[in-house]
Design a protein around this ligand. Structure first.
Ligand SMILES: NC(=O)c1ccc[n+]([C@@H]2O[C@H](COP(=O)([O-])OP(=O)(O)OC[C@H]3O[C@@H](n4cnc5c(N)ncnc54)[C@H](OP(=O)(O)O)[C@@H]3O)[C@@H](O)[C@H]2O)c1
Length: 300
């Protein structure tokens, strides 16, 4: 995996086209314009591209015209179906298509085959940022890229302008897979925080006093993922375990009784606890939680 920081200014600004000037597409365009790249834009609803014309972008009348304007074409549309719709009828032969539209790994693989069949090189991207982070090199924004390594290497300077770049392999599905894996982990994290706030909701505890405790606790716990990775790689899920699954599973009854006492639904907690209990029941109480990954993935 290559890992680069944001480059505010490319050595020789490459002309590029951006399809989609929604919130994210507009932020990308502004970063490239600020770095001196000639940018052609197209948006299905033309009014949404107009402010960018005032800032120096060239607005194309159609997606096909926009694709014809630059070899490097960035798509940042709502979903994979909108990419297919927008590019229907555009001549992609000889183009380098970078798809920054969120989708599944399967979407990306199918879109790569679709683009290659039309004579284009294809790179998929998963943006790990919100629009205000784009073009701000201190924000930590980055994009996972996968697909054509040749395309990535040729345009790396331009791609590094709006956000850092992390190339994760030539399988076009890998950028989306990394993106969605991180977003899925975030869902679990926020589910836990949601339950925690619900527990204190009816009490005389100031949420603003509780939030820093929650944030620092979660920060202290997350390095456990490194042990999980080591266990997955060694195959020994008991090595260095300090809080084994049997103990954690037993403690779950306290978490559930507390939820009941506080009048809080346990619906966000119980699926995870059920999985834990299943692994313990299968005789793995001396492990940490790594074995639950095998239960989910069907790899045990
Ligand atoms: N915003 C974020 O925080 C964020 C973060 C990471 C990744 N992303 C991803 O970035 C992509 C764009 O997000 P956004 O925030 O820019 O969304 P947005 O503001 O809702 O913009 C959506 C864009 O898609 C276009 N579009 C929708 N359906 C279309 C169709 N059938 N044909 C052609 N164009 C179509 C819209 O055109 P109209 O203006 O004509 O509707 C607009 O340009 C999404 O895949 C999103 O998941 C966004």
């Amino acid at each position: 995996m290559t890992d680069n920081t944001v480059s505010p200014r490319s050595a020789s600004p490459t002309p590029l086209t951006v399809l989609g000037t929604g919130d994210m597409g507009s932020a990308l365009v502004r970063a490239w314009l600020a770095a001196g790249h000639p940018v052609t834009v197209w948006n299905r609803t033309p009014a949404r591209a107009e402010p960018l014309a005032a800032e120096g972008a060239t607005v194309a009348a159609s997606a096909a015209d926009a694709v014809a304007a630059s070899r490097l074409v960035i798509a940042c549309l709502l979903d994979d179906a909108s990419v297919g719709e927008a590019l229907d009828g555009a001549d992609l032969a000889g183009r380098d298509l970078v798809n920054l539209t969120t989708g599944t790994p399967g979407d990306a693989r199918a879109r790569a085959a679709w683009a290659e069949a039309r004579g284009a090189r294809f790179l998929d991207g998963g943006i790990m940022a919100v629009p205000p982070m784009i073009g701000d090199e201190k924000s930590g924004a980055y994009v996972f890229y996968s697909g054509s390594r040749a395309l990535f290497e040729e345009h790396e300077d331009a791609l590094a302008v709006p956000a850092g770049t992390r190339y994760v392999g030539d399988d076009p599905g890998f950028a989306a897979l990394h993106d969605v894996a991180l977003l899925s982990a975030m869902s679990g994290l926020f589910a836990g925080a949601t339950h925690a706030f619900a527990l204190i909701r009816r009490e005389n505890i100031a949420p603003a006093d509780f939030a820093p405790l929650l944030a620092s606790w979660l920060t202290a716990m997350t390095p456990a993922v490194h042990q999980t990775a080591a266990h997955l790689e060694s195959g020994d899920y008991t090595e260095g375990v300090v809080s084994n699954l049997a103990m954690q599973s037993a403690a779950n009854s306290t978490l559930l009784r507390t939820a009941e006492e506080q009048g809080v639904s346990p619906e966000l907690l119980t699926p995870y606890m059920d999985l834990m209990a299943r692994r313990v029941a299968e005789g793995h109480g001396d492990e940490d939680g790594t074995g639950m990954i095998d239960l989910l993935a069907g790899t045990s």
